[in-house]
Design a binder for this molecule. Sequence first.
Ligand code: ATP
Length: 450
Amino acid sequence: MIDTTPGGPDTRRRMSIMDKLVALCAHRGFIYPSSEIYGGLNGFWDYGPLGCELRTNLKQAWWQRMVREREDVVGLDSSIIANPQTWIASGHVANFNDPMVDCRECKRRFRADQIAGEVCTEHKKRPLSECPLTEPRAFNLMLQTQIGASEDHSTLAYLRPETCQSIFLDFRRVMQSSRQSPPFGIAQIGKAFRNEITPRNFIFRSREFEQMEMQFFVPPDAAMEWFEHFREYRFGWLRDVGLRSESLRWHEHSDDELAHYAKVAYDIEFQFPFGWQELEGIHHRSDHDLRSHSEHSGKDLSYTDPESKERYTPFVVETSIGVDRCMLALLCDAYREEEVRGDTRTVLGLAASIAPIKAAVLPISKKLAEPAKKLATDLRRRFNTDFDVTGAIGKRYRRQDEIGTPYCVTYDFESETDKQVTIRERDSMEQVRLPLDSVATYLTERVLGF
Ligand code: ATP
């Protein structure tokens, strides 16, 4: 059992891993604070060259499994800002609130349900739970903006706090244009915004983030069966992108956690260095969403089965995961430090299919740069390939280990005559010698999983 009580020895050890990971991400170009030269902006992050490669691969792996491999799911890319009526109908204007408290001493603001482990900065780090706090007040998490030139109330709009509402709004259009009928799903990847009271834990909880959501529309009596199907399907995907099963667990929502419309809901939780936390939600949302949008818009969003002539409002099974949160889970699970011959090597053991760089071509000497570069150019046509000619070969291997590159290809003086190169695998550090003309096929088979 791992002790994750705040301040416990295990938390301290794991938090130091978190600090190292944050430093690695900044140093190697995965993730930086947004607008850093102006002091940053709390809850906003930028993804550097390696970070955006990893994100792209992750999103592509999700799209592949959720849309392309299925004949019953189609995609959507809707606008971030929708008619504000959307958020009245969805209940977000009235209910998308977190309880907020202020510390009367240090004046800082907290989520009332997240004060465990927090301290008052005015009073020698006194736990917040022993501190005078204001009564909890509801704080709406939607970010607002204005549309158009005038600034009266009619121009108020919201940045979407979740991607799924447009899927409900476009349900009829998508169903008809793609010639689908229940059971079928609509998937979307896109930005979402929440004015979180306390963004924290690196990219775990931010104010701008990206979601990958899928809403599956089914006849009411088939909903539980589809719910179970997607529970298994999503867990399988998380394993396939490289998360270890011992880092994942199920959490079933208790009656007081369940949204009023939800019949049953499970979270898949991940063991982050700061404790077990929600990574993905799989929810049985009944017919709440379509029914509510139908009532507010006056448009019929029901479906009539052409054979049985039965008319019903489809039930929805939803799967929802944050790109950023999933990326953090992957980085935490992959990060390790190993002792190798009296030296410490840092490895990001990412699955080859999502690693930002698949292979690095390393000429043993600058004199071999030209033919090695030719090989790198050839490999680049198939997958993302790095080329590095500077420093001792051991150092270059370490650099690639640290960013999760699964294969290094070493071009040496013998390569000129025997037309072979050495391929080193990241985790085992084993090396094989292969003919130059088989390298591309050898690597492609191993790095393109999705
Ligand atoms: P929490 O209870 O942590 O605030 P939630 O239950 O409100 O989250 P959902 O509305 O179910 O979250 O959102 C679905 C998914 O979107 C979450 O499982 C998470 O992966 C991601 N997500 C939600 N809020 C954020 C955020 N502020 N930053 C990053 N990812 C988020």
